[in-house]
Write a protein that binds this ligand. Structure first.
Ligand SMILES: Cc1cc2nc3c(=O)[nH]c(=O)nc-3n(C[C@H](O)[C@H](O)[C@H](O)COP(=O)(O)OP(=O)(O)OC[C@H]3O[C@@H](n4cnc5c(N)ncnc54)[C@H](O)[C@@H]3O)c2cc1C
Ligand code: HEM
Length: 1013
């Protein structure tokens, strides 16, 4: 049960971005970590769920998410409240105490493709948990020779633990709950032809997909004495540790450790207390191969402080039996004649990939070191349905400096992330594998962290930051100007940030670091944490397309774009925010689009009149009633009767464009002409005369200036609210931001005649003006329907009626213009798409395309939808307010009142939803009969987009708009070849909340006349 607990000694949530503070929870023997991650203050479990180490990037330290190993469990994120000078968290006592929550694993396997995993280590865990988390429902069998369930292997050398209860990651029940069969046996061979795995005890296991994850076998020293004498140990599993612990017994032993790399150094530290420990290494400094001599010596100092002695640059000659027990080791001889007394020898001289069972297999070719070569998704090269992960996998490395060179990395997190990559690939093979930054850690007196890798590139220099004397340092390993890896002690956030920057390919250069750049200063937009000015600045300059394209690329799926606003780019967040019934109402942004002036009560709460203002309606009850009332009129079944009116417009457009004989036109203006003319014809049986004039009289350009203003104002709801009551405040603010615009002399907005005509007809119909009534009696337009609706259903008030008549134009003219422009610009600038559309539309009868025919033109439909995806009509977040109870996404908790949303530009280019080529215009992605198209992916694309808005606030005019779009595009393509003569660079396209591709010039070349023109 969730309860509220006070945090000891904390009076406010005012933490600076990047700051963190571990605090005690009153009444529980527990701590939480308060941190300002990416500008958002939250309380999370205080320790890495893997090792109880302080948080670093075992998961995304910003979100607490688990997808990056080593942390298997997710970090719980608790709701925080600041009240009366104290801070409280809300959560369940057990979860707060344990500081972890388990991932979603439960499953009843329902057959399907069976996955067999060989090995029960880190990689295996990554695969099985990844498969179940990603919804895999097939059977899973894990075959392991270790004799127990998967353990936390790194603990072995750090604490010499033998208690399985403390070492095993999950208990038996856990695996059962996820329908994972664990078989304790040793695999002796694989038949890749029959897809079966054979085991030592005679078992045979058929697989649909096989994951090999058998880890490493410790190397022995091929020198005299080491293979035959007792008390010489290697360290890989609990059986090994048990032997070592037994041999150490009551301590006081002389322990010689051969090998000064990580395992050797960790065991030295772990055994140093109460024993006499000596490390023998070939290198000049411990860990020199990985960390370099300088850093190795810093580490050495710390380990020496624990009483450990070193023999470095040393060669081992032989092991000599003990005088008292000739079957056991007594001495180690070094090549320089040194004789070291040894009760126990521990070898840390590396591991070889454990692939013995494949050595004689004629189908598979092992690499020189015994590993298996894989591609980026860890599929074994040359084999089908077989993956290799972890210590046995040699895979192309795409981290900094990697360039796709093949490496084999023996890290816990690499094995587990490779496992999760495989799980993704099994569940959805079309998903492009995501690069993950290798992360490593070690207990060397102090906790050391390491990220990146130097195997592919090597390194030629180190930039050292911090104060090594005080045990705080960060070493950046560079090759040329590229930072390929970094290690740190006592500076965890630096390592965490570096891992993320490497992931995003945004690590600063060697020179920048040398000049003292602090990587922690490179977080998400810093200014955004303090003020909306940052976003407003971009909005004012129409840079929303660029922002949508780049922001999440740089900073991940959750980005704070204002003190109280977060943008998301994920299906997970989409589901929370835009699912009907989740209670995410429109945010204060929509105050700026309000058509009415509100009143204000004594609590400063705004109340808007009940006039039907769909876009800005905050009263959800009213809104629902209004939508219910108008619903039937906006269904295709009702709208079909307006087809002749649209056809008439199309005919006129075609003949006007023909008369231009291919002259260059402004595409947006022409699409605006078509949009307004279609709306005029459908709603009012009226034409503004734009086709005849070949001009929209500047109305689209003028309207767009209005959106520039609204986009800035929307980001300052308080100012917008105040501006309702103080015009001068509004003016001053508008001037300050440079969004005031003038109406040109003689400007004739089409809204004036629309308003006049609507008023006249409504008055006539309702006030029973017989003369006007007879004139209107024959009209079969949408206004006639709306008038009838008012007569039939008085709750559809006259105010609603008048307002909705206008809304058709207000909400429809720019959106339809935008969608038509996107579609024509894309088709016109992609020859293959145009060819396909033309082929599809041109064998039908000439003239306007009927709606029935239009919806069967599958390629044409796909090319329209694809254009709407890439260039949606809304360029900023469709922002909503988090309801009471808060919201959780990506492991973060967002309190009630936070403004959240997805920016359609970003979401529509999300590779997870739309595929690896999401940034490309490719109508084929929507076509189900394409062989490489996965129907599930199409469903996913249909679900996670904001083309028509989201949740309960989707576009009520969709069917009307679609009728126009679906008819106009094929009708034009039937008559013209579209030649886009100027497509502005994307950086020059101005996108506001309302967004359209401005600046496109095109020629409509009548077919047949193309050659002549
Ligand atoms: C003592 C120690 C400390 C370490 N410390 C760290 C650290 O601090 N940080 C870090 O990043 N990495 C550390 N590592 C490395 C890390 O543990 C490995 O890189 C990681 O475990 C590799 O995962 P894996 O799944 O490839 O193999 P493993 O975890 O080794 O699992 C292999 C599994 O396969 C089983 N197996 C092998 N052959 C067969 C067969 N024929 N049939 C059936 N089962 C088989 C084994 O019994 C085992 O269960 C450490 C390793 C050791 C040994
Ligand atoms: C291709 C053309 C169109 C597109 C792509 C489109 C898209 C959208 C989108 C994305 C929204 C959600 C906005 C938000 O949540 O902030 C929306 C809302 C709306 N649309 Fe459309 N629209 C189009 C045409 C029309 C037309 C012709 C009408 C006329 C009736 C219309 C009426 C509305 C209204 C009233 C809303 C507000 C609904 C609400 O907030 O709940 N739209 N539209």
């Amino acid at each position: 049960m969730s309860l509220e607990y006070k945090l000891k000694g904390v009076s406010s949530l005012a933490l600076q971005p990047g700051d963190k503070q571990e605090v005690e929870v009153e009444g529980l023997d527990a701590k939480v970590l308060l941190l300002n991650a990416g500008g958002k203050v939250q309380a999370i479990g205080p320790k890495c769920t893997h090792y109880g180490a302080p948080l670093f990037s075992c998961f995304n330290s910003k979100t607490g998410d688990i997808e990056d190993a080593p942390g298997l469990d997710a970090l719980p994120v608790f709701k925080t409240t600041e009240r009366d000078g104290a801070v409280y968290i809300t959560g369940d006592a057990d979860t707060i105490r344990s500081g972890r929550r388990k991932p979603n694993f439960k499953c009843t396997a329902t057959g399907g493709d069976k996955v067999v995993v060989v090995g029960g280590g880190s990689g295996a865990l990554g695969v099985v948990e990844g498969l179940r988390e990603k919804g895999f429902k097939g059977a899973i069998t894990v075959i392991t020779s270790e004799g127990y369930l998967p353990i936390d292997r790194p603990k072995l050398s750090k604490a010499l633990l033998t208690d399985l209860a403390k070492l095993q990651w999950r208990d038996e029940e856990w695996f059962k709950s996820g329908s994972v069969d664990i078989v304790q046996d040793e695999v002796t061979g694989v038949n890749f032809g029959t897809k079966t795995v054979a085991t030592k005890s005679g078992g045979k296991f058929a697989y649909g997909k096989l994951v090999l994850s058998t880890g490493g076998t410790p190397r022995l020293l091929p020198l005299q004495g080491f293979k035959v004498l007792g008390n010489v140990f290697t360290l890989r599993n609990v059986h090994d540790v048990k032997k070592i612990v037994e041999a150490i017994g009551e301590k006081g032993k002389k322990i010689v450790i051969i090998g000064s790399s990580f395992i050797g150094m960790e065991v030295a530290v772990a055994t140093s207390s109460g024993n006499d420990v000596t490390v023998v290494g070939m290198e000049k400094a411990p860990l020199e191969r990985v960390l370099g001599e300088q850093v190795g010596n810093i580490v050495k100092k710390g380990v020496e402080a624990k009483g450990v002695k070193f023999y470095l640059s040393a060669g081992v000659e032989k092991a000599e039996p003990s005088a008292s027990n000739p079957s056991s080791v007594g001495f180690v001889h070094l090549k320089d004649g040194t004789k070291l007394e040894a009760d126990i020898v521990i070898l840390g001289v590396g591991v070889a990939p454990a692939t013995e069972y494949l050595k004689d297999n004629s189908v598979v070719r092992l690499e020189g070191d015994g590993s298996l070569k894989t591609d980026e998704s860890f599929s074994v090269v040359g084999l089908k349905d077989v993956y290799a992960i972890g210590d046995i996998a040699t895979y192309p490395y795409h981290g900094p400096g990697g360039g796709g060179k093949y490496v084999r990395i023996e890290h816990w997190n690499v094995a587990q992330n490779a496992g999760r990559t495989v799980a993704s690939h099994i569940v959805n093979p079309s998903l492009e594998p995501q690069f993950f930054t290798p992360v490593f850690w070690s207990a060397l007196g102090a906790q050391m962290r390491y990220c990146g890798n130097t195997m592919a590139s090597g390194w030629d220099d180190i930039v050292l930051q911090g104060t090594p004397d005080q045990g705080k340092w960060a070493a950046f390993y560079t090759k040329g100007e590229t930072v390929v890896a970094m290690a740190s002690v006592g500076m965890d956030p630096v390592m965490s940030q570096s891992a993320q920057l490497m992931q995003l390919g945004r690590m600063p250069s060697k020179t920048e670091l040398k000049n003292g750049l602090d990587v922690l200063s490179l977080g998400p937009p810093q200014l955004a944490a303090i003020s909306n000015v940052w976003q407003a600045h971009h909005a004012r300059h129409g840079r929303m397309l660029q922002l949508g394209k780049t922001l999440h690329q740089k900073y991940g799926p959750t980005v704070r774009v204002g003190p109280n606003e977060v943008w998301f780019d994920s299906s997970e967040a989409f589901k929370s925010i835009y699912s009907v019934g989740n209670g995410f109402d429109k945010s204060g942004f929509y105050l700026a689009t309000s058509l009415n002036k509100p009143t204000i009560d004594w609590r400063l709460k705004l109340h808007f009149p009940d006039t039907l203002d769909f876009l800005s309606e905050f009263d959800i009850k009213r809104y629902r009633l209004q939508r219910r009332l108008i619903g039937p009129l906006y269904q295709t079944s009702n709208l079909r009767k307006f087809e002749p009116a649209i056809d008439d417009v199309i005919d006129k457009v075609i003949s006007k464009l023909r008369s231009l004989k291919g002259a260059e036109v402004d595409l947006k203006e022409w699409m605006h002409i078509i949009a307004v003319e279609c709306l005029g014809a459908v709603v009012l049986s009226w034409s503004p005369g734009y086709i005849q004039d070949g001009s929209d009289a500047g109305t689209s350009a003028q309207g767009y200036l209005g959106w520039k203003r609204k986009s800035v104002f929307g980001l300052f709801p308080t100012i917008t609210a105040a501006a309702f009551f103080s015009r001068s405040l509004g003016r001053t603010f508008s001037n300050l931001w440079g969004v005031t615009f003038k109406t040109p002399k003689n400007f004739k907005p089409f809204f004036t005649p629309v308003y006049q005509k609507t008023s006249k007809r409504v008055a006539a119909a309702l006030r029973l003006n017989p003369r006007q009534q007879t004139k209107d009696a024959g009209r079969k337009d949408l206004l006639a329907d709306l008038i009838q609706l008012h007569k039939d259903r008085p709750e559809f008030t006259e105010t609603y009626l008048r307002r909705l008549a206008m809304t058709n134009f207000g909400a429809g003219h720019e959106t339809m213009c935008s969608a038509l422009t996107s579609a024509m610009a894309m088709i016109g600038s992609h020859a293959d798409a145009q060819q396909n559309v033309a082929a599809e539309v041109r064998d039908a009868v000439p003239g306007p395309t009927s709606y029935d025919t239009a919806v069967r033109l599958r390629y044409t439909q796909a090319s329209i939808r694809e254009a709407q995806r890439l260039y949606p009509v809304i360029g900023m977040s469709l922002s909503r307010t988090v309801p009471s109870g808060g919201m959780e996404a990506h492991g973060c908790y967002f309190p009630s009142g936070t403004t959240v949303g997805c920016n359609p530009v970003a979401l529509h280019r999300n590779a997870e939803v739309f595929g690896p080529d999401a940034t490309k215009y490719n109508p084929n992605r929507w076509l189900e009969d394409r062989q490489d198209r996965d129907v599930d992916q199409i469903r996913q694309m249909e679900r996670y987009n904001l083309i028509w808005g989201g949740g309960s606030r989707t576009c009520p005019g969709r069917h009307l708009a679609e009728m126009v779009l679906f008819k106009v595009v094929p009708s034009l393509l039937k008559e013209f070849d579209i030649c886009v003569t100027h497509m502005p660079p994307e950086d020059d396209i101005q996108y506001y909340f309302m967004a359209m591709i401005t600046g496109v010039k095109a020629r409509f070349l009548p077919i047949g006349l193309t050659a002549e023109i």
